[in-house]
Design a binder for this molecule. Structure first.
Ligand code: 13P
Length: 251
């Protein structure tokens, strides 16, 4: 049985004091309740160190939203995998569609980032997803296959065990338009079969595939009850402790 993994991608929201408030509220909500899911919060870089101290000793894990694939050096404005480790991150979101679309990240760059994160013992949450135009042109599976194959190129059977894949249809992100549970399940099943083909049935059975795109308390349960949906990567609804916690509870 795969565990459910619920991650909150805060994106570019919350300064340091707002981050402290939100983490504290999430911590309080989680503390008094039996929770089955793995919980990950991904605040902006500036709050990671403080967040790490706040979640210490709880079952809340910390992730970053991005990193660069080089070890160190003249890369103004960038943050390395080992820097993220040094402030207590266990996870890093890589290949988010906003990074692809706004910051020009290619499959090749994302592949390098996946590899670098793994070598630094950071667990990638590797995002893939099609645009509305691609879905309407009926090339969703082709696009997803391409992103998965290229993003995971050269990643070994041993390493893939440390990766979470997040399926985030671009048209469902921040739009309030969620994929129907069946639409999401179809792509999740497709990704799992692809992983089976690329690696093995055992790896495919165990890999965590999260859904992301307008996950809210009122749709989380039906999405999370699909056989191949193992969790959620939540944007907007993770910015309030109560709605994030409602989603955690539905897992
Ligand atoms: P929303 O939940 O706001 O649609 O964002 C999803 C997302 O991009 C998470 O990474």
């Amino acid at each position: 049985m795969r565990k459910k993994v619920i991650a909150g991608n805060w994106k570019m929201n919350n300064d340091l004091s707002q981050s402290v408030n939100l983490i504290s509220e999430i911590k309080n909500a989680v503390a008094g309740n039996a929770v089955n899911a793995e919980i990950i919060v991904c605040p902006p870089f500036i709050s990671l160190e403080t967040a790490s101290a706040l979640v210490k000793g709880t079952n809340i894990k910390l992730g970053a939203q991005n990193m660069y694939f080089e070890e160190n050096g003249a890369y103004t404005g960038e943050i390395s995998a080992s820097m993220l480790k040094s402030v207590g991150c266990d996870y890093v979101i890589l290949g988010h569609s906003e990074r692809r679309a706004i910051f020009g990240e290619t499959d090749e760059i994302i592949n390098k980032k996946n590899k670098k994160a793994l070598s630094a013992d950071l667990l990638p949450i590797f995002c893939v997803g099609e645009t509305l135009e691609q879905r309407e042109n009926d090339i969703t599976k082709k696009v997803i296959e391409d992103q998965v194959r290229k993003g995971l190129s050269g990643i070994s059977e041993e390493e893939i065990k440390s990766i979470i894949i997040a399926y985030e249809p671009v048209w469902a992100i921040g739009t309030g338009k969620t994929a129907t549970p069946q639409q999401a399940q179809d792509v999740h099943e497709f990704i799992r079969n692809l992983i089976k083909e690329m690696y093995s049935s055992k790896i495919a059975e165990n890999i965590i595939i999260q859904y992301g795109g307008s996950v809210k308390p009122d749709n989380a349960e039906t999405l999370l009850s699909q056989p191949d949906i193992d969790g959620a990567l939540v944007g907007g609804a993770c910015l309030k402790a109560d709605s994030f916690f409602e989603i955690i509870k539905s897992a």
